[in-house]
Design a protein around this ligand. Structure first.
Ligand SMILES: CC(C)(COP(=O)(O)OP(=O)(O)OC[C@H]1O[C@@H](n2cnc3c(N)ncnc32)[C@H](O)[C@@H]1OP(=O)(O)O)[C@@H](O)C(=O)NCCC(=O)NCCS
Length: 324
């Protein structure tokens, strides 16, 4: 019988560096209130957003991904030539083909990369990180660039007050590579396809969501995924230094943090609130929040970071990461 040879990678992986990119244009709540019936106070109270960034017409998802990818490589001190795989989690490419990843890899200088997009909506980055880590551990990849990038302004009706106040544009990236010590815990992921109709894009490609249903789901079903990610990594809630839930709504973020604290997470656990100045950037929100917190000096190397993403599908994923 013929036996195939298999590859075997290193036992452990870690995040080697992170980077992000946001468009220049800041959009305040007051600016939005001039084109739709809303107020700065309503948005701050109900969603927690103070301002967000919108890309210009000619600034594409791929452009934002390239800059975030470059920034992550610089942070990691890794050359593009050392990377062999590029994953771009996103749900807002203008059309299904071509994908973003091959173009992004080419423009960053990753030659003949394994390159693919991954769509798990706002859970995309955590899915991508899990896949990257396992690709390396299986020997299929050496170093992987994972870039969550979204141009949500392309898929939101600009005067739909239910969505236009929430979603924004940007990209966040991580370089993943082999490690002596485990720096990325096992991914806890799953889906609830029976709730598919609660978030989707209509024929003309505008996002529709049943806000209250999604809110209820996120505030009740996502903390258990965070607990599962901790359990898989062999950690307790009290071990978490930093909690980064997908930045969908500050009230959802706070509800997840409250549930973790009720089960032993520390009062001084840092909770990401990047949504306040970035809005909801879907698959970019988690790496972007981590990058901003590291730059602000609130998160330091070695911190235990618990990430959990959730969104359309409905899809969810989370894991523990040791901050680079
Ligand atoms: C979308 C979301 C912010 C809406 O907030 P909400 O508190 O649920 O608001 P509701 O839809 O219940 O609306 C409450 C009232 O505010 C009004 N309203 C809705 N949007 C408004 C806006 N932008 N400005 C002012 N008023 C608004 C509604 O018409 C409603 O008015 P009524 O009571 O007179 O009927 C919130 O439901 C949410 O964040 N959901 C989850 C989103 C999410 O996580 N998505 C998945 C990940 S991408």
């Amino acid at each position: 019988m013929t036996t195939l040879r298999l590859k075997q990678g290193p036992a452990a992986t870690r995040v080697l560096g992170v980077g992000s990119y946001q468009p220049e244009r800041r959009v305040t709540n007051d600016e939005l209130s001039k084109i739709m019936e809303t107020t700065d106070q309503w948005i701050r109270d109900r969603v927690g957003i103070i301002e967000r960034r919108f890309a210009e017409k000619d600034e594409l998802l791929v452009d934002m991904a390239v800059t975030a990818g470059h920034n992550a490589l610089a942070d990691a001190g890794v050359e593009a030539s050392e990377v062999d795989t590029v994953i771009v989690p996103n749900c807002t490419m203008p059309s299904p083909i071509p994908n973003a990843a091959a173009q992004v890899a080419d423009r960053i200088g990753v030659k003949a990369a394994g390159a693919f997009d991954l769509n798990a909506a706002c859970a995309g980055f955590c899915y991508g990180l899990g896949v990257a880590s396992d690709l390396i551990r299986s020997g299929s990849a050496g170093k992987v660039l994972v870039i969550g990038a979204e141009k949500l302004t392309d898929v939101v009706d600009p005067v739909d007050r239910a969505n236009a106040i929430i979603f924004a544009d940007g990209a966040g990236a991580a370089v993943v590579g082999p490690s002596d010590e485990p720096g990325i815990g096992p991914v806890a992921w799953g889906s609830a396809g029976d709730l598919v109709d609660t978030i989707y894009m209509r024929e003309h490609r505008f996002i529709y969501q049943e806000g209250q249903s999604v809110f209820r789901w996120a505030t009740t079903q996502i903390a258990p995924i965070a607990f599962r990610a901790l359990e898989l990594a062999g950690l307790e809630p009290s071990d978490v230094d930093v909690l980064i839930p997908h930045q969908a709504n500050l009230r959802i973020v706070e509800a997840i943090a409250k549930k973790l604290r009720a089960k032993g997470a520390r009062e001084d656990m840092l909770v990401a609130d990047d949504i306040r100045y970035s809005g909801n950037t879907s698959s970019a929100s988690i790496p972007m929040a981590l990058d901003h917190m590291r730059k602000a000096g609130t998160v330091k190397s070695g911190d235990v970071v618990l990430m959990v993403g959730f969104g359309a599908g409905l899809s969810y994923a989370g894991q523990v990461v040791i901050c680079p």
